[in-house]
Design a protein around this ligand. Sequence first.
Ligand code: FPP
Ligand code: MG
Length: 295
Amino acid sequence: MQRVENEIARLIKEINYDEVTRLFEMLLGGKRLRAKLILKIAASHKKAPLLAAIVELIHAASLLHDDVIDEATLRRGVASVNATDGSKTAVMFGDILYSKAFTELVSFDKEIAKIISSSVTALSKGEMMDVKMADNFNSDEEKYLEMLYLKTATLIEAAAQAAAILTGKNPEPYALYGRNLGLSFQIIDDILDITADSATLGKPSMNDFAEGKCTLPYIYLYKVLSDDEKERLVSLHAKALDEQETLWIKQKMQEHKTIEKSFELAQKLSNEAMITMKDDEQLVNILQTMIKRSY
Ligand code: FPP
Ligand code: MG
């Protein structure tokens, strides 16, 4: 992973603007899940660290823009760039990171460049769907999963697929692995928004529903509530909730086991990925660690 960090540092230096260097130093690297995946799949290839650095820059850019869109003041437990330096700076900084990533991407085979770049179109589409869907209470599970796939899973899927192509492996099982890892990762993120406290999350808890996002535990809950209760749940959508309202939602979720049901889907998706990658201990470990962070 040090090779990836070195590549990222080199690319930032090449941008040759002290303001960008300063802003980049403020960002926390995060889990570097996408980079780890690329290194594991294409371990021996000399361009794997560069590919990993490119994908991490794209991911960082998407989070900078996402925090502006979500008006989030915290990212990974520290103040977001839009909070410290304003939204204009966060947007421009994101533009610089992702265009630099694209400049580097053209040094790869066309097939790889196409997979990564079209995944950015997909994730941007997913973000737009996410924002649009938050306008109204959404109870459509399929629509929700389609948005999740685009917003979170496509870049992970593309990273795994591109890494496989780089080393001449069959990309199909890696694409499935990346897709299912991304989906179950996001479902668990949605669960943690409800079950974890704000100190653990590094952002306010129960924030998704207040932002208008009807995640799986809410969708499953809606399906099983009585008509009166359905009405109450919809009336609480996209609002700052008081303690009593939060408690009501949590109690209903407990009563109807909607967290467990959501977790079952995450588990089913990751099991499918584990079976596909059963001979690769490290890739199986990534999935197991990810699933474990939920409870
Ligand atoms: C986080 O979602 C957001 C994403 C995974 C994707 C955001 C994508 C864009 C803003 C498209 C623009 C892309 C580029 C490369 C400039 P979330 O809000 O559910 O998660 P969070 O809790 O981590 O904020
Ligand atoms: Mg966000």
